[in-house]
Ligand binder design. Sequence first.
Ligand code: DX5
Ligand code: ZN
Length: 225
Amino acid sequence: MIMNDNFILAPSILAADFSKLGEELHKLDIAGAEYIHIDVMDGLFVPNISVGIPVIASVRKCTERFFDVHLMINEPARYVKRFAEAGADGITVHVEACSDIKGTIEQIKETGAVPSLCVSPDTPVEEVYPYIDDINMVLIMSVYPGYGGQALIERTLDKARKLRDYADKNKPSLNIEMDGGIKLSNTGMVIDSGVNVIVAGTGVFKGDVIANVHEFHKEFDRKRG
Ligand code: DX5
Ligand code: ZN
C-alpha cells in the first residue's frame, strides 16, 4: 500500500456551537484546518435533520476554506446545483441515495464543484469502483450516518485498505476520506489504513478548537515522518 500523504483535516461543524457558528469557523480558519466538513441531512436518508442551503450560503462569508459538503439526502441530484451556488466546493453523495450515480456525478461536475462518492458502513466499497475515474474522493463512513459522537466501527478500516490498494493500481491521486468517531487517539490507525482526509466533529470541537486542530496536524507530521 502506498500512502497518500496529502493529509487534510476536515472538521465537521455538526459538533460546533451553532449559536456562534461564524466564530467557530473563524477559529478553524486561523488554526489552518484545510476543509470545513458540512453535514446535510434530510430526515429520510438518515434519521436526523441538520443544516441546509441558507446556512451554507450565510457562513460562506466567514472563510475561504474548502467547503466539503456531505449530502445525506435521498436523490441528491435534485439539489447539487443549489448547494454549489450556496458555496459548496466539494459535494459528496451516497451511492445508496442515488438512482443514477453516473448522472449525479455529471451534475456535480457541471456546477464546477468537486465530486465524491460515499459508502455507508454496510455498503461494499467495490460499489464505487465503476466511477473512480470520474471522482476525486471516496468517503468511507466509519459510523452509521446521522449523528456525531458515535464510536468508530473498526471493520470499516478494511474497506479503506481495499480501496487504497485498488486506487494505487487504478488512480493513485484518489483521496480517501473517513468520517465518524475519529479522535486524535485513533487518527494514526485510520491513516495507516490508507485514509488521507480526516473528518472529526467532537474530536475537534470538544475543548480548545484551535489547539485540537494543531494536535491533528502534529499527528499528520508524525505520520509523514
Ligand atoms: C455523521 C456525520 C459526521 C459526524 C462526525 O453522520 O457525517 O460528519 O459529524 O462526528 P464525530 O467526529 O463526532 O463522529
Ligand atoms: Zn459527514
